[in-house]
Write a protein that binds this ligand. Sequence first.
Ligand code: HDD
Length: 616
Amino acid sequence: MSKPPFDASALHERFDRFDHARLPERVVNARGAGAHGYFEAYESMASLTRADFLRARGKRTPVFVRFSTVSGFRGSTDLARDVRGFAVKFYTEEGNYDLVGNNMPVFFIQDAMAFPDLIQAAKPDVHNEMPQAATAQDSYWKFISCMPESMHMIMWAMSDRAIPRSYRMMEGFGVHTFRLINAAGEGHFVKFHWKPALGLHAVTWDEAVKISGNDPDFHRRDLFDAIEAGDFPEWEFGVQIVDEKDRHAFDFDLLDPTKLIPEEVVPVRRIGKLVLDRNPRNYFAETEQVVFHPGHVVPGIDLSDDPLLQGRVAAYAHAQASRLGGADGYDLPINRGRASATDVARRNGHGTSARSDTFLDHFTQARMFLHSQSEPEYNHICHALEFELGKVNSAAVRERTLFMLAQVDADMAASVGKGLGMPVPRKVGAPKTDHSRPARDLPVSPALSMANGHPRGIATRKVAVLLADGYDRADLATLRKALESSGAWMKIVAPQLGAIPSHHDAVEADFSFRTSDSVLFDAIYIPGGRKSVDALKRHVEVGDFIRDSWRHCKAIAASGAGVELLAGLPGASAANGRMKSVHGVVVAPGKASDAMAEAFVQAIASGRHWVRETLA
Ligand code: HDD
């Protein structure tokens, strides 16, 4: 057979497609995951806004949402300590509306001019491209320590909010104050919120580190799996409305993006819901090619004069033109509107970067946030700061940061200083603190603590059942019934994959000890069965599962012979033959009962059992 002639044009065409199947990654928020869904309005908001998608009860609008981390590259781990982007594109009948927010309600800086410096400082070092997706580095803390206005956001970024359990379990915020305009042209200030139906949950730092190795796609996979399973992620859309005449009624500037309005001062009114019910078919054409622009609004929603917001409007157009090559990016299918969008960037573009003296109180709300945390949350912030600053080489940067932290709260700074082996300096040659105002004490805001984030049930929480050949079938059936009727996802983890037999029955293993790890689950259960438990005792991974679940304060349960594996855990011993539940450890020395299964469900529902962090 003769060789076919070389077809140069076919080769060119093939490589043309091949080479264009990549876009330069986003300069920030490069790593992301997206999904389609809809927004449904609960009520007509016509008295406040003429925006069509908010004007009729029950009205549905298609949406595309992209979640992201900020500083890592496109291939970086999902579990970096970082802010999460929460960008929503509403395909309204009046054009696309982009609400380009984050999972934290404030921002690091007040003026967009400093944004490139902030990002440069958070990205890997220019000469050796280290560290990846991590702010525990000199350049970052050098920037922060010179930027007193960042202290409020630093409290958030060092809190457990920066290591969420799932995109589905975090809040979203529009951050800036926006404006709603009704048909009569009357305006109101508004702050936007997304409240997750599953409540607020985070992982521990040790877990985040281990998840990064076990499954760097943890959040992306979690979102994808939930939608595939029909457990559609859901958020309520909330608004805090402020009369325009109350522009100066607060003890901070309403247009300052480093401040929030406590929910106890202006309640969040829930006016609709967001449901994500469809995964993208093509990651590149949808999640990668989507562009969001804070200037893309619809009639009835307007920008405020927040200088950061005004700066963003200019910056996004720039970034998108360079990434997608001119304005054509807006014609890509994922970005195309149902009608032409109103682009405020072109309509007015005040471009102001003026900041008045009312922006100078940098520490009061940082202190309020810190004092609103539960004790474990407060401790985690101190530990995160110890970790981050412990990785900073420059003593001057550490000192200056400690000094800045002391402006927020002296005890917190002292505790971090102790971990670093450094006293908190009374004075440093720090720039820019002199004109900041000292922190005042405000009433605490319980809504700022994740501990009050209303966990509702255990739907979609992942429970690992550790078993081997000869497990107790009745135990497994009892737990399965309770977990599955609560909507949890039960997964079998066994010494090997395939069918795991028990008498004449068998169960299929979802994971082996080699392909899973306790950090990928929310809780663990060990059923009885002498043969099974004896086999588990021979696997070192079982000990790791139990130790890590304990350390990460997760619910743990065992029944029958399975209880032997928990020996040594406080609370797991001396059950006197009766079921008991202590510190989130539920043991039933006999058969698993409905009451025991219910106690386990409750132990999962009550979130992490932080009390264990204080036990020896
Ligand atoms: Fe930004 C992307 C959120 C301040 C400049 N930003 C980006 C994304 C989110 C945010 C969610 C990813 C969108 C997506 O999924 O594609 N950014 C925020 C929030 C901010 C903020 C909530 C403060 C309140 N950003 C901010 C400032 C600037 C930028 C002050 C510049 C002056 N942001 C960008 C950008 C990006 C971006 C460089 C990268 C890629 C893109 O826009 O399209 O232009």
